[in-house]
Design a protein around this ligand. Structure first.
Ligand code: ZN
Length: 290
């Protein structure tokens, strides 16, 4: 998969609040990360056109190719860490009272979260652009559907809708969230987990921050911009942190410390908790608690 040669589009205003005021904060040629002066969302400009991006998500190599510049370079190596992270998330969802009933996961990939939530939900549905990932997710869901949320019948509603590492990929977040809201029961919950642009990791790692996955991540959120996204859609927000478990070898690799890896022979299968890497938010309709 190769994005070079695809045409790029300039983004002249903030995709979240529409403001034109901004400054360049990072540069990953030919892509730049702009920060909105008004709502503090950061966004990619220029970016790939959405139809090209979706083409990459549909490609079977998105979740499996180690040579691909896009996608997850070694999703199966990360799977163990992800499983651990998602078991912690499942427990959190239970403690926050958003389990039970029906679950929709948007962008479920091979179904690691659907597996981790076990029987905390009575009916589990996963949607994803990747047909090959859904082949795996099938084992952990009652239904899987190829595509985005728009493939669901308009009348279909769920008690909980979850999207992990999802909204940073979404080109038109307000239209998207409105469509998510239309698929949630009146007293239901929407749970989103996304990298925290104002978290400690971006500040420490700077341009090496692993969440600068360009060109796939088109918007970077913090609490403020997530809250705004909710408000525009008539939702209240309550925040939580999502702890990522990552293989030591992947962590050292992303820090450019491969040398240390050799010295730590035998510990490479170890996964480390990386607290506060991702920000979680539970959105509920105003008037239905927060
Ligand atoms: Zn903005």
């Amino acid at each position: 998969m190769e994005w070079r040669g695809c045409s790029l589009e300039e983004v002249s205003r903030c995709p979240l609040c529409g403001d034109e005021g901004r400054e360049e904060v990072y540069n990953f040629p030919p892509f730049k990360v702009m920060r909105c002066h008004r709502c503090s969302a950061a966004y990619l400009s220029p970016r790939l056109r959405e139809e090209d991006m979706v083409g990459f998500y549909q490609d079977p190599s998105y979740y499996s190719s180690s040579s691909s510049p896009l996608g997850y370079s070694d999703y199966s190596a990360q799977a163990k860490g992800l499983e651990k992270s998602f078991r912690v998330l499942a427990k959190k969802l239970k403690n926050m009272g958003v389990t039970g009933g029906s679950l929709l996961e948007i962008g479920c990939g091979p179904g690691i979260l659907l597996k981790a939530v076990g029987d905390l939900f009575s009916h589990k549905v996963g949607v994803d652009f990747s047909r090959s990932a859904l082949e795996k997710a099938k084992a952990y869901a009652h239904e899987v559907v190829v595509g985005g949320i728009e493939v669901l019948p308009k009348t279909r509603r769920f008690d909980t809708v979850v999207g992990v590492s999802l909204i940073e990929h979404v080109y038109e977040p307000i239209a998207f969230m409105r469509s998510v809201v239309s698929h949630v029961e009146e007293d239901g919950a929407i749970v989103m987990v996304t990298p925290d642009f104002d978290g400690i990791w971006r500040k420490v790692l700077g341009e090496r921050w692993p969440s600068f996955k360009v060109p796939e991540h088109v918007i970077f959120y913090n609490r403020n911009s997530l809250r705004l996204l909710g408000e525009v859609c008539g939702l209240t927000s309550s925040f939580f942190y999502f702890t990522q478990f990552a293989l030591l070898s992947l962590v050292l690799n992303s820090l450019g410390m491969d040398g240390l890896l050799k010295a730590l022979d035998g510990l490479q299968g170890l996964s480390l908790p990386l607290p506060h890497t991702m920000l979680g938010v539970v959105f509920k309709r105003q008037g239905h608690g927060s």
